[in-house]
Design a protein. Structure first.
Length: 97
Protein backbone atom coordinates (compact mmCIF):
# COMPACT_ATOMS: atom_id res chain seq x y z
CA UNK A 1 0.00 0.00 0.00
CA UNK A 2 1.35 3.48 -0.82
CA UNK A 3 3.02 5.39 2.02
CA UNK A 4 2.49 9.09 2.70
CA UNK A 5 4.10 11.53 5.10
CA UNK A 6 2.07 14.41 6.45
CA UNK A 7 3.78 17.48 7.86
CA UNK A 8 1.49 19.46 10.15
CA UNK A 9 1.60 22.93 11.65
CA UNK A 10 -0.73 24.00 14.44
CA UNK A 11 -3.24 26.69 13.58
CA UNK A 12 -4.09 29.40 16.13
CA UNK A 13 -6.95 27.17 17.26
CA UNK A 14 -4.67 24.14 17.48
CA UNK A 15 -2.02 25.87 19.55
CA UNK A 16 -4.61 27.27 21.99
CA UNK A 17 -5.68 23.68 22.69
CA UNK A 18 -2.25 22.06 22.26
CA UNK A 19 -2.61 20.08 25.49
CA UNK A 20 -5.42 18.15 23.80
CA UNK A 21 -3.29 17.20 20.79
CA UNK A 22 -2.43 13.67 22.04
CA UNK A 23 -6.16 12.98 22.47
CA UNK A 24 -6.85 14.21 18.94
CA UNK A 25 -4.80 11.36 17.49
CA UNK A 26 -7.69 8.96 18.19
CA UNK A 27 -9.99 11.20 16.15
CA UNK A 28 -7.46 11.37 13.33
CA UNK A 29 -7.20 7.56 13.30
CA UNK A 30 -11.01 7.24 13.16
CA UNK A 31 -11.14 9.64 10.21
CA UNK A 32 -8.45 7.53 8.59
CA UNK A 33 -10.50 4.34 8.96
CA UNK A 34 -13.41 6.02 7.18
CA UNK A 35 -11.13 6.71 4.21
CA UNK A 36 -9.14 3.47 4.23
CA UNK A 37 -6.08 5.30 5.60
CA UNK A 38 -3.93 3.88 8.40
CA UNK A 39 -1.84 6.12 10.64
CA UNK A 40 1.27 4.02 11.27
CA UNK A 41 3.32 6.62 13.18
CA UNK A 42 2.72 10.03 14.72
CA UNK A 43 5.39 12.35 16.09
CA UNK A 44 5.40 15.80 17.68
CA UNK A 45 8.44 17.62 16.36
CA UNK A 46 10.63 20.67 16.85
CA UNK A 47 11.32 23.02 13.98
CA UNK A 48 9.22 24.18 11.06
CA UNK A 49 6.55 21.51 11.57
CA UNK A 50 4.77 20.60 14.81
CA UNK A 51 3.60 17.13 13.80
CA UNK A 52 4.84 14.47 11.39
CA UNK A 53 2.69 11.46 10.57
CA UNK A 54 3.42 8.39 8.49
CA UNK A 55 0.36 6.88 6.85
CA UNK A 56 -0.67 4.18 4.41
CA UNK A 57 -3.48 4.80 1.96
CA UNK A 58 -4.82 2.90 -1.03
CA UNK A 59 -4.50 5.87 -3.40
CA UNK A 60 -4.17 9.62 -3.80
CA UNK A 61 -7.94 10.17 -3.59
CA UNK A 62 -8.15 8.46 -0.18
CA UNK A 63 -5.24 10.42 1.32
CA UNK A 64 -6.63 13.67 -0.11
CA UNK A 65 -10.09 13.07 1.36
CA UNK A 66 -8.44 12.16 4.67
CA UNK A 67 -6.31 15.32 4.70
CA UNK A 68 -9.24 17.57 3.88
CA UNK A 69 -11.37 15.91 6.56
CA UNK A 70 -8.66 16.45 9.19
CA UNK A 71 -7.97 19.98 7.96
CA UNK A 72 -11.57 21.12 8.18
CA UNK A 73 -11.53 20.49 11.94
CA UNK A 74 -9.21 23.49 12.13
CA UNK A 75 -6.34 22.42 14.41
CA UNK A 76 -3.60 21.86 11.81
CA UNK A 77 -2.54 22.86 8.34
CA UNK A 78 -0.89 20.04 6.47
CA UNK A 79 1.44 19.24 3.63
CA UNK A 80 1.27 15.71 2.23
CA UNK A 81 4.22 13.92 0.66
CA UNK A 82 4.19 10.63 -1.24
CA UNK A 83 6.96 8.39 0.10
CA UNK A 84 8.70 5.57 -1.76
CA UNK A 85 10.52 2.60 -0.27
CA UNK A 86 13.91 1.50 -1.60
CA UNK A 87 12.19 -1.25 -3.62
CA UNK A 88 9.66 1.24 -5.03
CA UNK A 89 12.34 3.66 -6.15
CA UNK A 90 14.43 0.87 -7.71
CA UNK A 91 11.44 -0.01 -9.88
CA UNK A 92 10.89 3.61 -10.79
CA UNK A 93 14.55 4.19 -11.58
CA UNK A 94 14.55 1.06 -13.72
CA UNK A 95 12.15 2.90 -16.04
CA UNK A 96 14.37 5.97 -16.37
CA UNK A 97 16.00 6.20 -19.80
Amino acid sequence: MPTFIILGSFTDQGIRTVKDSPKRVATVKEIGKKHGVTVTQMYWTLGQYDIVAVLEAPDDAAITAFGLSVGKIGNVRTQTLRAYSADDIKGILGKVE
